[in-house]
Design a protein around this ligand. Structure first.
Ligand SMILES: [Zn+2]
Length: 238
């Protein structure tokens, strides 16, 4: 019986590997998707910053030009001051000068905001450019490695299944059918080691006589509580 249990433990390891391989068919594509998205998001952010920067520079040029025109006009109007003849002319002139000064103030404020925005964008673009380079490189490498992994899942599964068939052929029919039944019903481990004088799966304490029987390994012993097959291993002494 102990011989069967040891073979079942090996079978269980193969089944665990097969389960992992099955799961990898889902999580590897997910990981790949995330890696691609990370690069894509960085590129989108980079493009957005670039386009914001270019609009800000255009607006900045535009403001410089308008400021030039308004300042020229202001000088011209201030020159007219000396030639004023009536109060009405004076009021009109002052009103136009005030309007110009206010416009110039607004444009200068906007110019400062733009200057700050441009500087901020330039710095962010520089940082992002460096990050994008390394993210692109690292993620491409990971993607290549993940692609290799997923490409080999099929052949790994075939190898493991072949191993499983060979091993299962060496196990007694009754032990094998108990194993399959527990595995289907419980999921996860069907054969568990005794740990700290208890079932290693559900931690239900085992009476001393039961432990003796498990150590002898003369017959198949299952846990009263969870129904899994119990085996004595080197670690069971601890
Ligand atoms: Zn148990």
């Amino acid at each position: 019986m102990n011989g069967d249990l040891e073979l079942l433990l090996r079978l269980q390891n193969i089944d665990y590997d097969l389960g992992e391989l099955e799961r990898s068919k889902e999580y590897i594509p997910d990981m790949m998707e995330n890696l691609r998205n990370e690069v894509e998001d960085s590129k989108t952010k980079f493009d957005t910053l670039k386009s914001e920067l270019s609009s800000a520079r255009i607006e900045q040029k535009d403001i410089e030009l308008t400021l030039q025109q308004k300042n020229d006009r202001l000088k011209e109007l201030q020159g007219h001051m000396m030639a004023i003849k009536t109060n009405k002319e004076y009021d009109a002139l002052v009103s136009e000068i005030d309007k110009l000064k206010s416009d110039i103030g607004d444009l200068e404020s906007r110019g400062l905001v733009l200057l700050e925005l441009i500087e901020g964008n330039e710095n962010e673009i520089k940082g992002l450019e460096e990050k994008l380079g390394s993210v692109d490189k690292i993620n491409s490498e990971q993607l290549t490695s993940l692609q290799t992994q997923i490409d080999s899942v099929g052949s790994k599964v075939s190898t493991k299944e072949k191993e499983r068939t060979e091993l299962a052929g060496q196990i007694g029919k009754r032990a094998l059918s108990v194993y399959e039944r527990i595995r289907k019903g419980k999921g996860g481990a069907a054969v568990v080691a005794v740990k700290k004088r208890a079932c290693g799966a559900c931690y239900k304490a085992l009476p001393p006589q039961r432990i003796q029987e498990i150590r002898k390994g003369e017959r198949l012993i299952t846990c009263d509580s969870c129904g899994r097959m119990l085996i004595w291993t080197e670690d069971s002494n601890n």
